[in-house]
Design a binder for this molecule. Structure first.
Ligand SMILES: CC(C)(COP(=O)(O)OP(=O)(O)OC[C@H]1O[C@@H](n2cnc3c(N)ncnc32)[C@H](O)[C@@H]1OP(=O)(O)O)[C@@H](O)C(=O)NCCC(=O)NCCS
Length: 162
């Protein structure tokens, strides 16, 4: 069984590894956190360094998982209004994908949204990630933007009260 304990941020998973979802705090934490975001979500599309950071980062909640001190999964949460929150920049190291890490980070950020009285989570999913988000309980609302003229995104939503 998969158990998420938001209090202690320790998450046992079936293959006997213990993955800890936590929030970057030191300058080094943030450096390595943004580095993985860049490597997974920007570099493969030839985007410049710096494009992985935006103005909302300074007021967002950031989550990551480290294995052997290496950042292997990242994502960010920010609040849209009194009831809606949004996840952005979900990325897992290609060598660590398919092990449940992405799902744990999503669950952690959903917990943070609920703690902050948010009722709906939205996100814009890359077409290739739709199945992942569906697996996490999200439903497609509509086709949204085409990033860099090549990556189609879809607005997805989850009712956090269900
Ligand atoms: C999409 C991504 C974040 C998923 O993270 P992950 O750690 O590999 O996913 P998980 O192992 O937590 O998968 C959770 C569930 O979703 C399923 N899943 C994940 N990716 C999937 C895919 N591409 N197609 C079908 N199912 C998928 C898994 O099988 C798993 O199912 P289970 O719970 O029944 O076992 C990761 O593959 C990634 O970083 N991709 C590249 C960047 C990207 O596209 N980010 C999203 C931007 S919107």
């Amino acid at each position: 069984m998969l158990v998420t304990n938001f209090q202690e941020e320790v998450v046992p998973v079936p293959n006997s590894n213990i993955f800890i979802v936590s929030e970057p705090s030191s300058a080094l934490d943030f450096e390595t956190y943004y580095h993985l975001r860049f490597d997974v979500l920007r570099k493969p599309w030839g985007q410049p360094k710096g494009s992985e950071i935006d103005e909302t980062d300074s007021t967002s909640i950031h989550a990551f998982i480290k294995i052997n001190n290496e950042v292997v999964a990242v994502a960010r949460l920010h609040f849209i209004d009194h009831s809606v929150a949004q996840i952005r920049y979900m990325g897992v190291d290609p060598n660590q994908q398919g092990k449940g890490l992405g799902k744990l980070v999503i669950a952690y950020l959903e917990g943070k949204a609920i703690e902050n009285n948010k009722k709906i989570m939205i996100l814009h999913a890359r077409e290739t990630a739709i199945k992942f988000y569906e697996n996490c309980g999200y439903k497609i609302k509509e086709k949204s933007y085409l990033m860099w003229n090549q990556i189609q995104h879809f607005l997805m939503e989850k009712d956090l009260e269900k």
